[in-house]
Design a protein around this ligand. Structure first.
Ligand SMILES: [Zn+2]
Length: 309
């Protein structure tokens, strides 16, 4: 069974004039529900303001939770912060944190939202309000659950917020493989950045991912990977540029899982980016990532226990 974290508040009602695909998380839930007994569901609590403030300025946290985010920040985020959006922003980091705890017990768990890697200390950006990856990492280390966490980001956009919010933290290392000529225009500095040219395609992408991620994990020896599994490197994605095929995306999840499993590192995945007019097709790609990762960890566990799956 694959441990999956979901909360009804993830499926926020779309604010007026929003171009963001708000039904993506509901479709992901529905597709996973169709998997029946293969999925073991868990509901997170909202992250408390105290832990959100480990990553974000208290003034910005209050602006979001009290639904009074200034217009300039709303423009950077890309949608208005309504009551529903604020509730969602607080519960998604709780989900990534719960997925991390479940992964520590079982090897792998998925959050059906999250990967909000562009959110910065004093503002959201690029459809991200609070940075669930940074918040979960800072909490896991801050409360003493773990000594070392890695944020591994395979979204087509750089994980600039995660890098900025955890920069200099001795227990947190960040890895980002992304299209160089893409949002954000001004990149942050991750522990390891792997910028790629447009139209890199499957073979070169997978070769580069393995050649850079394996030594990154060996150097930083994380006790947990928080994985941003954005599917926007896909060839037909509206914001993607790396021209990966569906098979390439699946091979990416298998590779990330193998690198983690070979080193005995648990992994919690978040959804990340995926853009276009066909929300169902996008949700299928996200669910494909969750199921592939889940099966890789289940197979490895069965092998270890001497059980034939
Ligand atoms: Zn993205």
């Amino acid at each position: 069974m694959i441990a999956v974290v979901h909360h009804p508040d993830y499926v926020a009602e779309a604010p007026a004039r929003s171009t963001y695909r708000w039904n993506k998380n509901g479709l992901i839930r529905d597709l996973l529900l169709a998997e029946g007994a293969a999925i073991d569901w868990h509901e997170p609590l909202p992250m408390s303001a105290r832990w959100i403030e480990e990553a974000h300025d208290p003034a910005y946290v209050a602006e979001v939770l009290e639904c009074r985010v200034p217009a300039a920040k709303i423009r950077r985020i890309g949608f208005p912060v309504t009551r529903a959006v604020a509730a969602r922003a607080a519960v998604v980091p709780g989900g990534t944190y719960l997925a991390a705890q479940l992964a520590l017990e079982r090897g792998y768990a998925a959050n059906t939202a999250g990967g909000s890697h562009h959110a910065l200390a004093d503002t959201g950006a690029g459809f991200c309000v609070f940075n669930d990856l940074a918040i979960a990492a800072l909490r896991l280390v801050g409360e003493g659950t773990l000594n070392r966490v890695a944020i591994v980001d395979c979204d087509v956009h750089q994980g600039d917020g995660s890098a900025a919010l955890t920069a200099g933290h001795p227990g947190i290392a960040t890895y980002s493989i992304h299209a160089e000529k893409n949002f954000p225009a001004r990149k942050a500095r991750s522990t390891l950045d792997v910028p790629l040219p447009d139209a890199t395609r499957d073979v070169a992408y997978l070769e580069t991912l393995e050649r850079t991620l394996a030594p990154f994990l060996d150097t930083h020896r994380p006790e947990l990977i928080l994985y941003q599994a954005g599917v926007d490197p896909f060839m037909d994605d509206r914001l993607g540029r790396l021209a990966l095929s569906l098979e390439g995306l699946t091979a990416r999840e298998r590779l990330v899982a193998r690198l983690a499993i070979d080193r005995g590192i648990p992994l919690a995945s978040t959804v990340g980016g995926g853009y276009g007019d066909d929300a169902l097709a996008i949700a299928k790609r996200h669910v494909g990532a969750i199921l592939t990762l889940g099966r890789c960890f289940a197979d490895a566990r069965a092998l270890r226990l001497g059980v034939t799956a």
